[in-house]
Ligand binder design. Structure first.
Ligand SMILES: *Cc1c(COP(=O)(O)O)cnc(C)c1O
Length: 382
């Protein structure tokens, strides 16, 4: 069944889902241990108790340290996911509601962000959408409207497989607003050098599980939300109240805290980046050397996503693709064909977030190499 993640009984799943997805085994073990610990687990701690305040202070400090976030930025844990931020950004940065904001559209998520934002500001659209609705490159970052309040950009288009391995340095003064939902914590960010105004990431891809969104906001952008901005989406209100204006997602915050602790112990963001490069290179190399048996829609290696690798099997042939998925599934490989808000799509997709180890990516690469070999042998016998 499309989207099923259940492996055969007795087989350990290898989860290549686009998200939500698995966290590293050590992180999952630490989460389980929260329930056995002497002190109460954050799932049932009051968000205003000293015990939780301690966790909150820890996680803010760890995020700052792990991602090198300068003091000029507030770190917030908000509700509403990535989608909440599609509205929160203009509601916080465009007080009048008719200000211009540039939307660089390089895939399905930035396109969706644009459509929600157009209710609350006047977007200027710079899109790289092809006439057939696909996205295979970035739009130009030159000649942007200098009157824009901000320039919106998704640093990893999860569905299309396009990533900015570094944030651009724009020639206009407007701050960048970055949707880093699917790549946050997998590469360093030059916060001030790239003029980042706001960066957000829903937790469920790399740093935790659904229900919490990490938002990093430069302090000079606080203080002028639209009057219509709901409190739960308001950066100014949440920053002023130290993340406790309403009930923060306590358990989710503790999970992010455990994740950050793990990430720092593993060697931090540079190590996460090294692994992301190692994992994705294995798959791209295999695809590129398969003489067209596997193919990926993004030709330019400099924008290929390290997080999400779309690919097809035997030119998309249904029967071969089905054999591929079933044989993979027998080994526990799941999550390669999933439903998205944008349909099932033409391509399978391997997602290699922080929770996927280099070894697990190798299992997938080895399986793909083996499948190709068997296919070729059968083909030449026929
Ligand atoms: C998953 C994702 C979203 C959507 O996040 P929700 O938490 O489902 O609202 C937004 N942007 C990007 C880039 C994503 O990968």
């Amino acid at each position: 069944m499309i989207g099923s993640l259940l492996p055969p009984s007795g087989v350990t799943p290898l989860n290549f889902s686009p998200g939500p997805t698995s966290l590293a085994a050590e992180v999952q073990t630490s989460i389980k241990a929260l329930f056995d610990a002497e002190r109460m687990c954050s799932m049932y701690l009051s968000h205003r108790s000293p015990e939780f305040l301690d966790i909150l202070a820890n996680v803010v400090q760890r995020c700052r340290m792990a991602m090198n976030i300068p003091e000029q930025y507030e770190i917030l844990f908000m509700h509403g996911g990535g989608h909440g931020q599609f509205a929160a950004v203009p509601l916080n940065l465009c007080p009048k509601g008719d200000e211009k904001a540039t939307y660089l559209v390089n895939g399905t998520w930035s396109k969706r962000a644009l459509s929600d934002a157009s209710k609350y500001c006047r977007p200027i659209v710079v899109s790289s959408e092809n006439t057939d609705g696909t996205f295979t490159h970035n739009p130009s970052f030159e000649h942007l409207d200098p009157e824009s309040k901000y320039v919106y950009l998704c640093s990893n288009e999860t569905v299309n497989g396009i990533e900015l391995h570094q944030l651009p340095k724009l020639s206009i003064k407007a701050p960048l607003v970055i949707d880093a939902s699917s790549d946050f914590s997998t590469k360093p960010i030059d916060w001030l050098g790239s003029n980042v105004g706001v960066l957000y990431a829903c937790a469920s891809k790399n740093i935790g599980h659904p229900g919490l969104t990490l938002c990093v906001i430069r302090k000079d952008l606080l203080g002028t939300p639209s009057q219509l901005c709901p409190g739960v989406l308001c950066y100014t209100t949440n920053a002023r109240e130290g993340n406790l204006w309403n009930t923060i997602a306590t358990f989710n915050v503790e999970v992010v805290n455990i994740f950050m602790q793990w990430m720092i112990a593993q060697g931090g963001v540079h190590e996460m980046e090294r692994r992301a490069i190692a994992k994705s290179s294995m798959l791209y190399d295999l695809i590129d050397k398969s003489e067209g048996f596997y193919s990926t829609p993004i030709a330019d290696p400099s924008i290929r996503s390290r997080m999400n690798i779309p690919f097809d099997v035997a030119g998309g042939d249904e029967e071969t693709t089905r054999d591929f998925l079933i044989q993979g599934w027998e080994q526990g490989i799941v999550g390669l064909r999933t439903l998205t808000p944008f349909g099932v799509g033409k391509y399978l997709r391997a997602s290699l977030y922080n929770g996927v180890s280099v070894h697990q990516a190798k299992v997938l690469a080895d399986f793909m190499a083996g499948f190709l070999k068997t296919y070729r042998t059968k083909d030449s016998a026929a």
